[in-house]
Design a protein around this ligand. Sequence first.
Ligand SMILES: Nc1nc2c(c(=O)[nH]1)N[C@H]1C(S)=C(S)[C@@H](COP(=O)(O)O)O[C@H]1N2
Ligand SMILES: [Mo]
Length: 207
Amino acid sequence: MGLFQKSYPPEIAGRIPPGQRLVKTWPVLHYGPIPTFDGANWDLQVFGSVEEPFTLSFQELRALPTVTVDADMHCVTGWTTLDNTWEGVPFRAIIERAKPAADAKWVIAHSAHGYTSDLSLDAMDDDDVLLAWRNHGQDLAPEHGWPLRLVVPKRYAWKSAKWLTGLEFSPKNTRGFWEVRGYHVHAEPFAEERYSYQEGPRAELEP
Ligand SMILES: Nc1nc2c(c(=O)[nH]1)N[C@H]1C(S)=C(S)[C@@H](COP(=O)(O)O)O[C@H]1N2
Ligand SMILES: [Mo]
């Protein structure tokens, strides 16, 4: 603990990863413009190394059973927010329907304007990972990812792609937008996995 590290009450201190600070507002952070949404032309494609690739229209997406997940959010620039209530479709429902092939080890999230993020299937196959369209009981604002964003609470928030348009299962990793720019493939906040130089030599091969 450095001299300038802010200290938090014990009940929340354990939820703030090293090098992070708690903020009360919800910052907006992304690269590039906010895409416009047109429900008639929107779809989500689930493809790659799966037995049952499928595409969901906006209506089909919104007809699926939903869950509510209470999760913290950690941006690698240093801010953390606690107790974000997300609503949407659990990623495990996508896994069940798509049936990943035995060799699928990675999931590449694709979103508007070519933004991508790569996650191990191990990281994605968790009960708090979801495709969300509501936060704290309200539809997501366009700047927070409407109509659909990925939420992976146990990874730095750049992995949680806003304006999600596709989920690609793959035996091999393809580094995402930030991962090719020097950020970590696994990105676990409590291990402070911020940068690619911290990765082991096989981080991209063995999830
Ligand atoms: N499509 C897309 N998703 C994105 C980003 C982006 O630039 N484009 N930025 C990421 C980063 S760095 C963070 S911290 C979170 C921020 O989400 P918020 O703006 O809803 O707080 O979105 C992530 N998802
Ligand atoms: Mo971020």
